[in-house]
Design a protein around this ligand. Structure first.
Ligand SMILES: [Zn+2]
Length: 180
């Protein structure tokens, strides 16, 4: 399953979040156009980013890495509660064309895309965490890949951000074994 299905609402909003975080932590700093492209890819609102608000959005996305690094449930709950306190979401049921009603954060009022991102993230993380009851996310275990992912699996914990990374690791292990 791809981690970047546009408009996929299960887990609601979190594919957008990991996509944005992975874009922000790439070596070349993501510009306003790159960030807007990620938002639009996931059906988000037009943010009319300036250099300043793009920088704030980058910082906000980077600050969420701290939560995706957590695997302890109590610490994750504290961190998400803290985010909910500081960035209360204004949830609304929205019906996107051709889709059932679903819960969304209200779009930002012009100048506060970072605040919008953090309140969206707080709501999405809280819903997902309460649904799963554990930290169903992680960082890709493939060498050289730094991507975060949302673990939607039900059976065994996910280790890689994508099937591509999983295949890459298996091929390398196979080769190493063969060359011994
Ligand atoms: Zn990966």
């Amino acid at each position: 399953m791809s981690g970047n299905v546009p408009g996929d609402d299960s887990p609601r909003g979190l594919y957008f979040l990991t996509d944005l975080i992975n874009t922000v932590q790439d070596d070349s700093p993501a510009g306003a156009a790159d960030l807007q492209a990620v938002v639009e890819r996931h059906g988000g609102p037009p943010l009319a980013l300036t250099e300043t608000t793009a920088g704030e959005l980058r910082d906000a996305a980077a600050s969420l890495v701290g939560i995706l690094e957590l695997s302890d449930e109590d610490r994750a709950a504290d961190a998400i509660n803290d985010l909910l306190d500081r960035y209360p979401a204004r949830p609304r049921l929205v019906r996107l064309p051709g889709r059932p009603w679903s819960l969304h954060s209200r779009a930002p009022h012009g100048t506060e895309p970072a605040r919008w991102l953090l309140s969206t993230a707080a709501l999405a993380l809280a819903l997902w965490f309460s649904e799963r009851g554990y930290c169903a996310w992680g960082r890709c275990a493939a060498p050289g890949c730094r991507n975060y992912f949302i673990d939607t699996g039900r059976r065994s914990p996910q280790r890689y951000c994508s099937p591509r990374c999983g295949t890459r690791v298996r091929v390398a292990a196979h080769r190493a074994q063969r060359d011994q």
